[in-house]
Design a protein around this ligand. Structure first.
Ligand SMILES: Cc1ncc(C[n+]2csc(CCOP(=O)(O)OP(=O)(O)O)c2C)c(N)n1
Length: 199
């Protein structure tokens, strides 16, 4: 198996050019920093510490906001911890959900320990096996372009595994205050009045 060469910052920069008004859920670890450094806005929800929750949170948002695209950007370790969520995505088939797994084959945030995908685990195949019809594995620039096109024109739901080099991302850290992040996200999605009237 050859080592991934794509640069995660370059990938995110390109993908963010087609984001439009999509909501973005960042899985914990480096994807939080990736999104904060490439497109920091209230429509981002940063999962600090909640490992394994990103896909299920994205699915909930996609079902509640069916008129709007929802992107989950997460790491391979995070995605594997919550991998059962793919079966629920397959059962629900939200036509507005894209899951982008930035697969560096390591646990980047905690010190670059080797992770399962460095031993051959194929997350796109797992998503396909869960019943998600549209999956892709991206290993080069042409693949990133194809992913950007798929994010714009579908079909969704989509799980895209982007093989990225195991490098340190740009260390841009958003607030770690969960209540603040939740309220900010809700207000951006629902508007100030509706956000206040729901618990
Ligand atoms: C249940 C649980 N176990 C372990 C951790 C510690 N932890 C935080 S980030 C992380 C690694 C995340 O790896 P990955 O999703 O591949 O993202 P990367 O930083 O490599 O992009 C781990 C193990 C945690 N937050 N929660």
């Amino acid at each position: 198996m050859s080592k991934p060469t794509l640069d995660r910052a370059d990938v995110m920069k390109k993908l963010m050019t087609v984001r439009g008004d999509a909501l973005a859920i960042a899985g914990l670890g480096s994807p939080v920093w990736d999104i904060a450094s490439s497109d920091h806005r209230p429509e981002n929800f940063y999962l600090w510490g909640g490992m394994g929750c990103a896909v299920s949170m994205g699915l909930g948002c996609a079902m509640a906001q069916s008129g709007r695209n929802v992107w989950v950007v997460t790491g391979d370790g995070e995605a594997l911890m919550g991998v059962g969520s793919f079966a629920t995505v397959a059962a629900q088939r939200p036509a507005n959900l894209a899951v982008i797994v930035l697969d560096n084959e390591h646990y980047g945030e905690t010190g670059m320990q080797m992770a399962a995908t460095s031993h051959g685990t194929d997350i796109a195949a797992m998503a396909k096996g869960a019943g998600i019809p549209n999956t892709m594995t991206v290993t080069d620039e042409a693949g990133v372009d194809a992913l950007a096109a798929a994010l714009q024109s579908g079909p969704l739901p989509l799980v895209a595994v982007v093989k990225v080099a195991a490098t340190k991302p740009n260390l841009v850290l958003p607030s770690r205050d969960g209540v603040y992040l939740k309220n900010r996200f809700r207000q951006a999605v629902l508007g100030a009045t509706d956000a206040m009237h729901q618990t």
